[in-house]
Unconditional design. Sequence first.
Length: 266
Amino acid sequence: MKRRGLLLIVISLALAIGAAWVARNWVQARLAGGTAADPVKQVIVAAMEIPFGMKVEARHLRAITLPTNAAVGDHYDKVDQVVGLIALQKIIAGEILLKERFADRNAGSTLAAIVKPDMRAVTVRVDDVIGVAGFLMPGNHVDVVAARMVDQRAETHTVLRNLNVLAVDQTASQDKDQPVVVRAVTLEMSPKQAEVLVKAREEGRIQLTLRNPLDKSPTSDDADIVAAAAPVKKPAKHIREAQARPEGSGVTIIRGTNVHNSESTT
């Protein structure tokens, strides 16, 4: 009876050891990249933090393997594909490198690399008021309000909407979050919008207004741009002459293009 109990104990220990050995081999196989039944793919990640605007070097990169069915976006799978590209955003260590976060190595300067195709970068001179007291940062969006004098009366209207701030002074990094009074702001816009901005700046003053990042109201369309670029319409000559007469000089009657002034008899 005792021998039988001892035999059962030995068999139990053997089974336990065998189960542990099988489990250990399975875990090691998973950590080593899987088996032929579980294929993997190579993905390039950041070996260290890559600052905004930096040209990527081989030392910044390393390759890892992930299951083929892992959803990682439009990624790179070879180190040579990333070396020489320009980082459009700050990349943290260990982050999978996605193609939309980098610009071509032949794009020129960092600022030129981050300007979207068919768009332009236009710099506007600002002060602490125009620049929203220094709270403008790269990545913000602004509207442009223009003010000009028409017949000794100020007229204001929003000429451009939802423009992306590319840089403040000579800084294009989006890492800063403290207000800084700057002298210039670089905005991203279409060629037509650039013409409107320059025209508004030459005719009077402009003011930048900061938008809420959650504001999804429409941007400037072609109708807005055409209206803003149109010359100022002044009143007809006979109306201007009538408006220029001093008060109390009589009664002016305007019928179409005919103007008749009745002198006061009092």
